[in-house]
Design a binder for this molecule. Structure first.
Ligand code: SF4
Length: 649
């Protein structure tokens, strides 16, 4: 079954979590079904869900007999240890031939090519595709369809589709994230459960208070977004050129899913039959009555602001249809000597022959000129000028760059790009980097696939940032082929995964080892709460100045900074600190140690750089301070130190 409007295919794509649900859903009003197999997909948390290999093979036969399509999700980040399993699984999938795989990790296209498989590939929403250059890059990698980023409006989607000719898929109904796709590291850093590997503990659904300027605001669930609802906007979706209308809900039961699918399917059929006389609201009440949360059109028609946040109790602290509390506020684990010892033992077991800590350097990301000057005076090896500058600082100007280039000495001066880049950003950076006078910088810190493609071959050395989520050596190789000269390892690796990866990488590997990197990177502007709400109390921030917005639970306070693009960065409550094992990390394969210094005073930044320099240059000989003594001498300025995801197995 295929639907067409004005001769162009329109597909209603339904989810199925189990074979039983699939059998029902595939016979409902959808054109295609997506589901996960027994391994390597994003819905691995609930027992009894996903299909076995035999069920997958049967599902494909059933789908074909109904003249529909079936897509299999192979859509989590793959650890080094999982690459063999992926090879075997992809070989099996090639035999049973689903209509496409939905993928996130760059290793999957690499494996499909390497193994000579005939599988079609769709880029998952977890690839966070948000600019035209990314679409082109994905096509180069063999991808035939792209699920757009959740924050993409329909006008931008229309532009991308027209300019690239690529098939686009768009979420039209169901549960959404408040954080940009694949940019949410809260669950991995606090629980060791990566949301990019299908194990999210959903801290976005926790009950928080907002504090700012000494006032408490009654925000309650400020990160809990409403469910997507585009039922009344099918004409606009079709007009924008979207091919596939995707319904979320692989964890939902069959009655709920078939009800939604049949409502959307019926609306599509009515619109195709009589577009002018089309009634938009026929099943609106039914869908609203059976909703899990309140509804929103999210970013389809522009930035929704607080209208996108769920205010009802249901669907905030409770999860799925069970009504059970899924997770509760949890503190970041404090760095302890015991944990450090275990980590060091494991790292020593992974030592890479021939490495010495002396060869390793220090990289620092800064937010302003005062920090930049301090880092240069400390002679760091790499200085990154952030492309996402936290307010109230302003973006680095050309004059700033010229001044820093004049005094940089041996330091490599690197311009970091914004983490997500719109067409407007490319326009600006193209002028600055390609068409204007050449900048006296040594390279670019590239943050998204589109930027890698656009700026490779321009003569600037490319260093991959953490937002590329490089989790295995095959993904690293793909980026190396595209022009990366160094990569920053995914910030959410557990110890096992790190051990499997770092010592095998052909590219030099950098690691974020200290500071307050972002756990969540959002289009959503949390500061709006303080503009529209009346405070309910007064209280000073505990660790950062009162001008900084914090999200507070009884387990901690996470600072939130807004950048010059209006995006919110929610940071660790504690400081990430790998100082006690820096030598072992160097011996295990890390050649550059990054300090995320954007929120530090210049004095604090100097202190941290010196501590890492001392740790790297020491050799543990008698008379030198031990690593624990180094940590003790560096008093935390936030709520303590934590070891982040690396402390988990
Ligand atoms: S915590 Fe992050 S990844 Fe998990 S559901 Fe919420 S926004 Fe999505």
């Amino acid at each position: 079954m295929t639907r067409y409007f004005n001769g162009k295919e329109v597909e209603l794509l339904a989810p199925a979590g189990t074979f039983e649900i699939f059998q029902e859903v595939v016979r409902s009003g959808c054109d295609a079904v997506y589901l996960g197999g027994p391994v390597l997909n994003m819905r691995m948390m609930r027992k009894g869900y996903n299909l076995s290999r035999e069920e997958l093979a049967e599902a494909i036969q059933i789908t074909r007999s109904l003249d529909k399509k079936l897509y299999v999700t192979v859509n989590n980040l793959l650890s080094e240890q999982e690459l063999e399993e992926a090879r075997d699984y992809l070989g099996f999938l090639d035999e049973i031939r689903p209509d496409a795989l939905i993928v996130q990790d760059m290793a999957v296209p690499a494996l499909v090519r390497e193994m000579g498989l005939g599988l079609q590939l769709h880029a998952s929403v977890m690839m966070n595709t948000h600019n035209l250059e990314m679409v082109h890059a994905l096509r180069d990698l063999g991808v035939s369809r792209v699920v757009t980023s959740r924050e993409m409006d329909l006008q931008t989607a229309k532009h991308l589709g027209r300019e690239s000719g690529m098939e686009l898929e768009y979420f039209v109904h169901g549960d959404m994230c408040s954080v940009h796709g694949a940019n949410c590291y809260f669950s991995s850093q606090v629980f060791g459960m990566s949301s990019n590997r299908g194990k999210c503990m959903k801290p976005c659904r926790w009950d928080y208070r907002i504090k700012k300027d000494g006032y408490i605001y009654p925000a309650e669930y400020p990160l809990a977004v409403k469910d997507m609802y585009m039922y009344e906007h099918l004409p606009e979706l079709i007009e924008s050129g979207i091919t596939s209308f995707k319904i979320e809900g692989r964890m939902r039961d069959k009655d709920f899913i078939t009800m939604i699918v049949n409502s959307y399917g019926d609306a599509l059929d009515r619109y195709i039959d009589d577009p002018v006389g089309f009634e938009r609201e026929v099943d609106a009440k039914l869908l609203y009555k059976n909703r899990k949360r309140d509804f929103s059109t999210a970013y389809a028609f522009g930035k929704p602001g607080l209208r996108n946040i769920n205010r009802r109790y249901e669907g905030t602290g409770k999860f799925y249809s069970t009504g059970k509390v899924f997770s509760t506020p949890t503190a970041e684990r404090e760095l302890s000597e015991d944990r450090v010892l275990k980590l060091k033992e494991r790292l020593v077991a992974e030592l890479r022959p021939g490495r010495t800590p002396d060869a390793a350097g220090i990289a620092v990301r800064v937010n302003n000129m005062a920090q930049a000057r301090a880092a240069l005076e400390e002679r760091v090896e790499h200085l990154y000028l952030s492309g996402d500058v936290y307010e109230p600082d302003r973006p680095f100007t050309k004059r700033d760059i010229l001044e820093l280039a004049r005094i940089k000495g041996e330091t490599k001066l690197i311009l970091a790009l914004p983490r997500m880049m719109t067409e407007l950003h490319f326009d600006q950076y193209d002028q600055l980097l390609i068409h204007g006078e050449r900048l006296p910088i040594d390279g670019l810190l590239v943050t998204n696939l589109g930027a890698v493609r656009r700026y490779s071959g321009t003569g600037y050395e490319l260093i991959g940032d953490t937002s590329l989520n490089i989790y295995n050596t095959l993904a690293a190789k793909t980026y190396a082929r595209m022009g990366l000269k160094r990569l920053t390892v995914s910030s959410e690796m557990t110890l096992d995964h790190f051990a499997g990866f770092a010592s095998k990488s052909d590219l030099p590997v950098e690691m974020v080892v200290h500071g307050t990197p972002a756990l969540m990177y959002m289009e959503h502007d949390l500061f709006e709460n303080t503009e529209v709400m009346e405070p309910v109390g007064e209280e000073d921030n505990r660790y950062v100045s009162n001008e900084v917005l914090v999200l507070m639970t009884d387990k901690g306070e996470n600072p939130v900074y807004r950048d010059q693009h209006g995006r919110s960065h929610l940071l660790f409550a504690k400081e990430l600190c790998y100082l006690p094992m820096v030598r072992e990390l160097a011996l295990a394969g890390i050649s550059s140690f990054r300090i995320e210094g954007q929120t530090y005073t210049p004095e604090r930044l100097r202190e941290v750089i010196r501590a890492y320099r001392d740790a790297l240059s020491g050799n543990g000989a008698a008379g030198e301070p031990s690593e624990q003594e180094l940590v003790n001498s560096l008093t935390p300025v936030y709520a303590g130190y934590t070891l982040g995801s690396l402390q988990f197995n």
